[in-house]
Design a protein around this ligand. Structure first.
Ligand code: 3AT
Ligand code: MG
Length: 389
């Protein structure tokens, strides 16, 4: 990444830090959401045409549970069934339709069922809080990717800071709307994590950079007994070190999907007064970049460095893979648009709906953001040179 003047990086970092409190969720946010979850869970019917077995739960996923949410975010929930009992009769689409009638009968507003979507879903607004909610049925992979993102958020405070600023920027620039053809928050968080696993290693990029250290490791490649050392990627990839597997059955495809990733017990650095050290925090501490420097490098990376044409972005690999390979193995279309592999549903392109025009528009937004940073750093005269470089 290009170097940025320390004075500018510091000013940007300060600005980000003064903006952050307004972007983070309020104290009341989690309790409000938990109350809504409980209220709706209590509606799940144990009798009637569509019955759910005892022990059926409503669980929260997405940004209300991944540590990247705020008060304005929607509340994503899914119905989960107890392991021991047989699944209720009817497809998930039928269950969604039954849930929709139930929600409507119990005063929920603007209830819309999408029973034929890839993941059938019902959307509604809870009138007491005005919260926009959605419910899907048996979505265990979404629960796991929520936990994965949550674990990454705990690595270092800079992960959350950068992700919140990027989401804020994407919303402000109106490029954070998957149903409108741009990118979901999930896609932006994966882009942030990929950057922190790779290019962030070279930030700050001054001639006397103290060491070359990524900010986050690849949690899907760390063994449960990790001691904090850098893993040898090749050794891992060649399967010489066996990692445990955590299998989840895919609700649509029926096959078992490995969802293992390293999790760390709560540590003192993360606010637990138990004397436990955080190995993840120590790992991240070797990277000395400020949030301001990271943000500029993030914009630069997705403006000029990431090879959209040839590579698929992969948080699972802590890097990327050739598009040709993904085309051969999983039948992905080969085009020059952004492609992001889901960390668990590896055959699924998180940005498969992205059209050429929107792709180009998003790239222009990255370039615009980077050019503004350069302008800030060098003054008007240098903007063009910086943007070209
Ligand atoms: P917001 O704060 O609500 O914008 P979010 O993280 O809740 O951010 P979404 O509401 O877009 O993001 O999505 C909710 C969750 O659904 C996030 C993730 O667990 C799952 N999810 C979303 N998009 C995909 C996808 N393309 N592939 C797999 N899982 C996805
Ligand atoms: Mg959400």
């Amino acid at each position: 990444p290009p170097s940025i003047l320390p004075k500018v990086a510091n000013a940007l970092t300060e600005e980000i830090e003064s903006l952050l409190p307004a972007l983070l969720p309020s104290q009341a946010c989690f309790q409000t959401r938990e109350n809504v979850r409980e209220r709706v869970e209590a509606l799940l019917p144990s009798r009637g045409p569509t019955t759910f077995p005892d022990g059926t739960r409503l669980r929260v996923f997405g940004s209300s549970a991944n540590n990247f949410g705020n008060d304005a975010a929607d509340l994503d929930m899914c119905v989960t069934f107890p392991d021991s009992s047989p699944l209720p009769a009817g497809s998930s689409g039928e269950m969604i339709e039954a849930l929709a009638s139930l929600l409507e009968a119990n005063g929920m507003e603007d209830v819309v069922a999408r029973p034929t979507a890839r993941i059938p879903i019902v959307l509604f607004r809870e009138p007491g809080t005005g919260l926009d909610c959605d419910i899907s049925v048996e979505n265990p992979l979404a629960l796991r990717n929520t936990q994965l993102l949550h674990e990454y958020s705990r690595v270092d405070p800079r992960v959350r800071a950068l992700a919140y600023i990027v989401k804020h920027w994407a919303r402000a620039r109106k490029i954070n709307n998957a149903s409108g053809g741009t990118l979901s928050s999930y896609a932006y968080i994966l882009m942030v994590l990929h950057f922190l696993q790779t290019a962030a290693a070279a930030v700050p990029s001054t001639p006397d950079t103290p060491c070359y250290a990524p900010l986050v490791p690849n949690l899907q490649l760390l063994p449960p007994d990790w001691k904090g050392n850098e893993m040898d990627r090749r050794e891992q990839m060649q399967g010489q070190r066996q990692l445990p597997r955590q299998l989840v059955t895919h609700p649509l495809e029926g096959m078992d999907v490995d969802t293992y990733f390293y999790t760390e017990p709560p540590s003192e650095e993360q606010g637990q007064p138990n004397g436990q050290r955080s190995l993840l925090r120590e790992y991240a501490a070797r990277n000395k970049a400020s949030v301001g420097e990271l943000l500029v490098a993030f914009f630069w990376y997705y403006s000029w460095e990431f090879d959209y044409r040839d590579l698929v972005l992969s948080v699972r690999l802590g890097g990327a893979m050739k598009k040709e390979r993904k085309a051969e193995e999983d039948g992905w279309a080969v085009n020059s648009r952004l492609a992001i592999e889901d960390p668990f549903e590896t055959w699924y392109n998180v940005t498969h709906f992205l059209k050429e025009g929107k792709h180009r528009h998003i790239r222009q937004e990255f370039a615009r953001a980077y050019a503004l940073c350069v302008e800030e750093a060098m003054g008007e005269g240098a903007t063009e040179a910086g943007a070209e470089g």
